[in-house]
Design a protein around this ligand. Structure first.
Ligand code: PLP
Length: 310
């Protein structure tokens, strides 16, 4: 079990202890980071974002997060006043300013505020924000140890024809309501389906099933998670059979092992589906191999981008 490290003082400013944001072109304490009530990012969910992480003082796959963010910006017709190198520098500054070793690092672009009364998004000046917080897990440590119980919701993820799920987005009403369903049933978290009843994703993660040694995950209708990609690449590297194709809910219920992937924890083993324990001892052998390989990858120079603390 991987345990986050505490912040490393000194911070640029004591008010930045525990995290820092970048807003209006400068580093500010998290409590000072605010957006306008009239920003379409708030009133229309008209925004895109990405979340990277640092672990033990180094970003993991930062270039991949930056690439995905720029691809999302293009698809949304949004612009930020930085190129890739400039964005990387802002993200490093947030982590450095907050003195964080293990961090959740977000970059956000909103449509902005159009002139009063205007309804034309082209008239808005896009806004860019970033922030770094102590690492945020998909599930608390005690839950991870006890074994996460995943609810398969009947709610449908907003259709990919409506909102492109490969653009990381804040259209979470389906996901949030599915969480309420899960809590009411005494489960820990949830995933939602598509119109055909195939598993898509959950609030902040992709979903994988393992059956007879084959790892399966949805091909489309989901965010192409950087951790999902890591798990897929690790299967290829470790010679684990892989099937990226529609994943019926029943296949998840009948799986030998189930795990989630997210920047908020990497490979997260699931112990139960809707209260039913999975047949393999928890965590299962394939999940354990991928979990170990995921964390080992954090030491490989190609995946690390070290933060330079002053
Ligand atoms: C809806 C959704 N799916 C999947 C993921 C996992 O993506 P990643 O592995 O890049 O964190 C996230 C991450 O926040 C998400 O919000």
């Amino acid at each position: 079990m991987h345990t986050p490290r505490p912040p490393v003082p000194p911070f640029d400013d004591p008010r930045l202890e525990g995290g820092a944001a970048f807003a209006e072109g400068r580093i500010v304490p998290l409590s000072d980071a605010k957006i306008s009530l009239f920003d379409w990012g708030f009133t229309r969910s008209d925004a895109t974002y990405d979340v990277a992480s640092t672990w033990q003082g180094a970003f993991f796959r930062l270039d991949d997060h930056i690439e995905r963010f720029f691809a999302s910006l293009d698809k949304m017709r949004l612009r930020i006043p930085y190129d890739r190198a400039g964005l990387r520098e802002v993200l490093h500054r947030c982590v450095r300013a907050g003195g964080l070793q293990d961090a959740y690092v977000a970059m956000v672009c909103t449509r902005g505020v159009p002139p009063r009364g205007a309804r034309d998004p082209r008239l808005a000046e896009n806004r860019f924000y970033a922030y770094a917080l102590p690492f945020v897990w998909i599930a608390p440590r005690e839950k991870q140890l006890a074994g996460i119980d995943l609810h398969i919701s009947q709610r449908q993820r907003i259709a990919p024809e409506s909102v492109d799920p490969t653009v990381k987005n804040y259209h979470w009403m389906d996901l949030v309501q599915s969480l309420y369903d899960a809590y009411e049933l005494g489960r820990d978290t949830s995933c939602v389906v598509d119109a055909a009843g195939h598993i898509t994703e959950g609030p902040g993660f992709n979903v994988f099933a393992v059956k007879n040694g084959v790892v399966r995950t949805a091909a489309r209708g989901v965010l192409e998670g950087v951790s999902r990609r890591t798990a897929i690449e690790l299967c290829q590297r470790l010679g684990i059979a892989l099937d990226v194709s529609p994943l019926p809910a029943q296949a998840l219920r009948e799986a030998d092992e189930v795990f989630l992937t997210s920047t908020g924890g990497g490979v997260l083993p699931i112990a139960k589906i809707d209260g039913q324990p999975l047949p393999q001892p928890f965590p299962g052998p394939v999940t354990t191999r991928l979990y170990d390989a995921y964390w080992a990858l954090h030491d490989e120079p190609a995946y690390r981008d070290a933060v330079e603390y002053r």
